[in-house]
Design a protein around this ligand. Structure first.
Ligand SMILES: [Zn+2]
Length: 253
């Protein structure tokens, strides 16, 4: 049982997963004839992020994925387990996935993706947020590093999950870099002093992946999620624009 924080730390686990999001998101351009990427700001339809829960002794976990399906595919199982134990989990998609479909793009697609991950969050019992950064255009710059630092601090995170920075997809890779570059800075008082620094550095963990160069993923912890697999599969079903409609390139690889 994971009733206490210490027990949870011991149990802390790497993340099961299995399905690689890359096949569905962010690869390729919208087809000619599809809705053009008008880039209607997602913010027009995005409710303000909920405030972080008050400290209550439970773990606080925040996961960063590049697109609104990455965290769900990589960590929905372990998130469901944490949430069921009363721990606080938040998924953040660092881009809005506004070109992640073969036949539509821009604001309408971004809002659709937001609605899908909100369904997933309700299934898992967690919070979710999408940053309004264009899909395929994420850069590991100072502005985005500060955004990641602020999110980790605001969540008062004990555990941070993200992609590794060696991934075929530039958005995945840059999320890995941004989180890596934020990992130390979250504790530095005069970096982003508008959000109070963390007194204790969180544990930073990578999502599992299948990339072999420059080095193969090596799991330090593995969590069985058999008991929550139905919730994870329900999330996949909720991501209908990705998994029923062929994603950014209609399923071509
Ligand atoms: Zn992705």
């Amino acid at each position: 049982m994971l009733g206490t924080r210490n027990e949870a730390w011991k149990w802390l686990a790497a993340l099961l997963v299995g399905i690689i999001c890359g096949a569905w998101c962010g690869r390729g351009e919208p087809r000619a004839g599809g809705e053009t990427a008008a880039h209607t700001p997602l913010a027009q339809a995005t409710p303000a992020a909920k405030p972080a829960p008050a400290p209550d002794g439970k773990l606080r976990v925040i996961a960063f994925g590049a697109h609104p399906d990455d965290c769900e595919l990589r960590a929905a199982g372990v998130a469901a387990k944490w949430a069921a134990l009363g721990h606080h989990v938040k998924f953040v998609s660092v881009t809005n996935c506004d070109i992640g479909h073969w036949g539509m793009a821009g604001g309408p697609l971004a809002r659709r993706r937001l609605a899908e991950v909100q369904k997933c969050a309700a299934i898992l019992g967690i919070q979710t947020e999408i940053l309004d950064i264009h899909d395929g255009e994420l850069l590991p710059n100072l502005e985005n590093r500060k955004a990641i630092v602020r999110l980790i601090r605001q969540w008062q995170a004990d555990i941070v999950l993200s992609h590794r920075p060696n991934d075929y997809h530039p958005d995945h890779r840059n999320v890995g870099l941004l989180v890596q570059d934020a990992a130390y800075m979250v504790t530095v008082p005069f970096f982003c002093p508008d959000v109070r620094h963390l007194e204790r550095n969180p544990v930073f963990l990578y999502f599992e992946d299948r990339f072999t160069k420059p080095n193969r993923f090596s799991a330090d912890m593995v969590v069985a999620v058999d008991d929550v697999i139905e919730k994870k599969l329900a999330c996949v079903e909720a991501l209908e624009s990705q998994f029923y409609e062929g994603g950014c390139n209609g399923g071509r690889t």
